[in-house]
Design a protein around this ligand. Structure first.
Ligand SMILES: *Cc1c(COP(=O)(O)O)cnc(C)c1O
Length: 404
């Protein structure tokens, strides 16, 4: 591929117009939208309005002017992106906290089964939270196995299979329908972590028959740093499953100030405390951009960007660890190299921002709304030049930052 060919793809790109709706810093090619999505310009306007008017002027009256039902409203906006109905999704807390709530609830739903199965090398918080969640339920335990051993790990004792749909390092994607069926065939429930899927690939929770899911607001959904996360519970479970973090915002009538807890109907029971209005406002604005987007176009462009960057990385001699079949991966690409950290730092010094995942992974998010084919071509040239010249060997690139 030449730069001219990449530019020709840009000229015909149906998503090319979205870039102008985001703040794009000069001199930066941002390949980390899978970790912190870019800032939509409308979020600046909406945030200023929220501060000056809704908070500044309307003060507590704003709770009745759109704040109190923001978790449900934002959840309904996420629903079409994950193949759910509007009343099956709510925005709340962090992905970690939502995982805790759902894992404990799933274990309590079926006390005759006591094992949570998950994958070794899953995103750390998923395993850490699962460890804490099983410790909170008498007799429960966590079984963590390699991907190839997952099917055999499901049995009569399995209450829940907890899987991350798109792997945070390799971008490998599980077959959602197939693994949901495998869990159900074993008599278990399934919970999907969609942190690297929502806004990246087409997700069909209901078509797959999934039971529960969680996901992140600050990655492909552009909700801002630490944005509220979301959770999904299939309608058939909603009245039977209970939030172990029973708080007043999940109560059927919070403003009756009763001593006893009575769960709200539907997804509202998954709230715990007062929602983060500033965070929800930013997430809602990120999601507004998604209303008219065809995820199939996003997937197709992601695949085209992937091909360009993959060619550059492999030409530089890097080993690609991401599946080459588009339907088997998410929207990032990862390479392995013994000097991965230094190469990423050298790229960042040139304005090409990707990230490093311990111990040897270079990871690059390919976000079709904000990146052009020419961006990816140029970033690929930077990568190739840095690896081939050995420019990453300068000592300053080896200094480890707290966030990699
Ligand atoms: C990013 C990510 C999370 C993040 O969890 P937080 O509670 O927001 O820190 C969780 N799981 C996966 C798979 C992720 O990729």
């Amino acid at each position: 591929m030449t730069l001219e060919q990449a530019q020709a793809l840009d000229a015909a790109d149906p998503l090319g117009g979205y870039r102008a709706q985001f703040m794009c810093p000069d001199g930066v090619i941002y390949l980390d939208g899978n970790s912190l999505g870019q800032l939509p310009l409308s979020t600046v306007t909406a945030g200023t309005e929220l501060l000056n008017h809704a908070w500044g002027q309307r003060l507590i009256r704003s709770w009745n002017e759109g704040w109190i039902d923001a978790p449900q409203r934002v959840g309904a906006m996420i629903a079409p992106l994950i193949g759910a109905d509007a009343d099956e999704v709510i925005s709340a807390d962090s992905t970690s906290v939502n995982l805790y709530k759902l894992i404990v609830a799933a274990l309590r739903l079926n006390p005759s089964r006591n094992v949570v199965v998950s994958e070794a090398g899953n995103f750390p918080t998923d395993l850490h939270i699962a460890e804490g969640a099983v410790a909170a339920v008498a007799g429960a335990e966590l079984r963590v196995v390699e991907r190839g051993a997952l099917a055999d790990a499901l049995g009569d004792d399995t209450a829940l299979l907890l899987l991350t749909h798109v792997h945070y390092k390799t971008a490998e994607r599980f077959d959602m329908a197939g693994w949901t069926k495998a869990a159900h065939d074993a008599g278990a429930l399934i919970c999907w972590d969609l942190s690297h899927s929502a806004g990246a690939v087409a997700v069909e929770l209901n078509a797959a028959g999934a039971d529960m899911a969680v996901g992140c607001g600050y990655k492909y959904l552009n909700g801002g740093p630490g944005a509220p996360a979301f959770l999904y519970v299939a309608r058939r479970w909603q009245e039977q499953m209970h939030n172990p973090l029973s708080g007043w915002m999940g109560h059927a009538a919070p403003f009756e100030f009763a001593d006893g807890y009575e769960a709200a109907a539907g997804m509202t029971r998954w709230l715990t405390g007062t929602p983060s209005v500033l965070g929800l406002n930013a997430l809602e604005n990120g999601l507004k951009l998604w209303a008219d987007i065809d995820i199939r176009q996003v997937e197709a462009k992601s695949a085209a960007l992937w091909d360009i960057f993959h060619a550059a990385g492999t030409a530089a001699g890097l080993e690609c660890v991401t599946p080459s079949t588009p339907s088997q991966r998410g929207s990032h690409i990862a390479f392995r190299h013994s000097h991965a950290y230094e190469i990423v730092q050298a790229l960042i010094a040139q304005g090409v921002i990707g990230d490093f995942r311990d111990p040897d992974i270079l990871r690059f998010g390919l976000t079709p709304l904000t990146l052009s084919h020419a961006d990816i071509w140029r970033a690929g040239e930077n990568l190739r030049a840095i690896v081939e010249s050995g420019a990453y060997r300068q000592p300053e690139f080896a200094i480890r930052n707290a966030v990699t």
